[in-house]
Design a binder for this molecule. Sequence first.
Ligand code: FPP
Length: 231
Amino acid sequence: MTKLFKQLPTHIAIIMDGNGRWATKRGMPRNYGHREGVKAIERTIEACLKYNIKYCTFFAFSTENWKRSKEEIDGIFELLREYISKNDNIFIEKQVKLRHIGEIEPFPDDLKACLVDIEKKTEDFDKLTITFALNYGGRNEIVRAINKLLQNGNKSIDEQVFLSQLDTKGLPEPDFVIRTSGEQRVSNFMLYQMAYSEFYFPKICWPSFNEKHFVKSLREFEKRKRRYGGV
Ligand code: FPP
């Protein structure tokens, strides 16, 4: 399968946009869009396994998403709970490692416990690493990293030391960022890590994203010439 692509991204980062609009267009509440969005996450993870993508990160809840209604926020938390309990064994069976970036401290205690538990159970797997960005903001992550460095008494640091304080420690930089729904913004996602990422903005909303769109995205990545500032 992999041989069919001239180059594949090692790490895909996805801004799953358009859940609300997708649901509203169908006369349904916004949380219905998020629920269908979880199915798109499941399809994407299957596709990552099939096409041998090693890392995939999903922007599931931003530091700005607290501005949404309590009903919508509680709905997203409930989907996360359901998702983890439903996929617990599947992650183990398929050797998928689950981790998060962002500060989960303000999340409900039971949800934090579920996350810590599944991360512990899957920490040694390396077939595919799935990262959920939860209460995540790139600026917040950078400022937290700086504070940790200051608290450790650092006066001057290099890029490697800085990287070691980011939530993404151990993850390669995302090669490829996909944002659905046609919006073309970064929205405070992995600001430091996206320095050399390739971007792709399919018009469809996230709940519609399927294997066909995934392959189309990989074909788009295949065409990119990456120069990293060289010629
Ligand atoms: C963006 O669409 C989507 C979100 C902010 C939430 C995404 C969350 C999930 C899919 C559920 C999380 C669950 C798991 C298992 C990780 P939007 O609501 O901003 O869409 P809109 O721009 O059309 O309003």
